[in-house]
Ligand binder design. Structure first.
Ligand code: FAD
Length: 427
């Protein structure tokens, strides 16, 4: 007999279930996961502010303390999964195909949490898949591995040289060296819609490879950008690319959020969390999922204990306190966070556009529209323009593309913070 069912035992589902169990140890939690082994194997950047408001249990805090910075999703998954099992959470290898079938099979569950990722079945069945969706950028994503260790270009001193030589703005994500001694590298080349339309056939599951045949399918300027970037990395870091490892796919960076994340149907409460609830680009989604997971665990626990949250309302100087359901507070929290993160993503997009324009302006100023003619510009003039742009661009680049949005998080204050008096006590 399960009180709570969590659909999807990905990082956010596990994170939420664990904290729910810590808040309310008597709860029977069942997780349904369609894959026996977690399918994703990338490196994520976890900001320590995403652990803010996580359950204060010392054992849990000790467990998550090393999970800050660059972390492999496999390590994150395994750590959380082991701990969930230790706490007595059941994880069953079962795919949920429809919510109605789920209800028939598990009629006793009071709450179902949809933590089943960006293609959530729960969102489709219960929330009619109503999403606010905004396309932000068109990207050619290049993924490959290098032998041994590697690192990204320093945004303060190294990146301007390669950026001035290529035709597009490029960002990098260099992962951690894996057990086989190889390091994954991801390049994102920001392209216009026409260039993007030419590579839509190249998908994550069925990518283009760095072969003559596939190069011919791409815009020559894009091929040139990739070639130059790989050469620059090789020159600077002695990158030795693992043979046949380069894969190119098209990627539309979009921001979406489910119109509703809490609903009642089939006599149960349904809630969305993680990528099922909302997603934003620029490596923020997991961080947001962790923030929402901590909030959701706390609110479900309060809900089950019959507690209410209080919000202050004021009109024409009259103030009064309104009681709202903790799940209503969760819904407002997610909606505020999603709006905020979408705004930040739009700002970053603008930053990328400004930076792209700035770079092409500099190139025009330097008269280096054609690669290799840099030396034609006068040395002092070139140094001045590059210096000024480097300073302005580096500030923009770090502000806009940084995944450590500590200040942003500090500034984010939800209107629905639970007054401390109504917070459920940690058990
Ligand atoms: C290359 C890459 C790099 C990234 N880097 C970062 C980063 O640096 N920082 C960051 O914050 N985010 C990053 N992200 C995003 C991050 O990986 C996701 O936000 C995160 O994995 C979402 O976790 P989740 O648990 O919500 O969903 P998922 O990881 O998608 O997990 C969902 C789980 O539900 C299961 N499931 C799905 N459907 C069903 C079903 N019908 N029945 C049963 N089980 C089901 C799936 O098998 C899966 O295990 C990155 C993503 C990618 C692709």
């Amino acid at each position: 007999m399960s009180d709570i069912i969590v659909v999807g035992a990905g990082p956010v589902g596990l994170w939420t279930a664990i904290q729910l169990k810590l808040h309310y140890p008597a709860l029977q939690i069942l997780m349904l996961e369609k894959h026996a082994k977690y399918q994703r194997s990338h490196t994520v950047k976890i900001d320590e502010t995403s652990f803010k408001e996580s359950h204060s249990n010392p054992e849990f805090q000790k467990l998550i303390a090393p999970l800050v910075g660059l972390v492999s999703t496999n390590v994150l998954e395994q750590t959380l999964k082991n701990y969930a099992l230790k706490l007595g959470i059941e994880i069953r290898n079962e795919a949920v195909t429809s919510c109605q079938a789920l209800v028939e099979k598990y009629p006793e569950a009071k709450i179902v949490i949809g933590a089943d990722g960006s293609h959530s079945v729960v969102r489709k069945d219960i929330f009619e898949d109503k999403k606010n969706n905004k396309d932000l950028q068109y990207v050619a994503e290049i993924k490959y591995e290098v032998e041994g260790d590697s690192q990204p270009f320093s945004i303060w001193s190294q990146i301007y040289d390669p950026l001035l030589k290529v035709n597009h703005l490029v960002t990098e994500h260099v992962g951690k060296q894996n057990q086989n001694g190889k390091t994954p590298v991801t390049l994102r080349v920001f392209v216009d819609q026409n260039t993007f339309n030419g590579i839509t056939q190249a998908t994550f599951k069925d990518p283009y490879y760095w072969t003559k045949e596939d190069k011919n399918k791409m815009d020559p300027k894009l091929v040139q950008t990739i070639e130059i970037w790989l050469k620059e990395r090789e020159k600077t870091f002695k990158d030795k690319i693992v043979k046949n490892s380069i894969k190119i796919s098209s990627l539309k960076l979009n921001a979406y959020h489910s119109e509703k994340v809490v609903d009642q149907k089939y006599n149960k409460q349904w809630v969305l969390v993680g990528d099922a609830a909302f997603g934003v680009p620029y490596f923020r989604s997991l961080n947001n999922g962790l923030l929402c997971g901590s909030k959701l665990a706390e609110k479900i626990s309060a809900f089950l204990q019959g507690q209410f949250d209080e919000t202050q309302t004021s009109v024409l100087g009259f103030r009064w306190t309104k009681k709202i359901s903790p799940l209503g507070s969760y819904s407002t929290f997610v909606s505020e966070l999603a709006k905020y993160e979408k705004w930040i993503a739009a700002l970053k997009t603008e930053g990328i556009n400004v930076l792209s324009t700035q770079l092409s302006m500099v190139k025009t100023l330097l008269g280096i529209g054609i690669i290799g003619k840099q030396e034609e510009a006068s040395v002092p003039g070139r140094m001045m323009v590059v210096g000024l742009t480097a300073i302005a661009g580096a500030c923009l680049y770090s502000a806009m593309l940084s995944t450590k949005d500590k200040d942003e998080k500090k500034n984010f204050k939800t209107k629905t913070e639970t007054p401390s008096s109504t917070k459920p006590k940690c058990k």
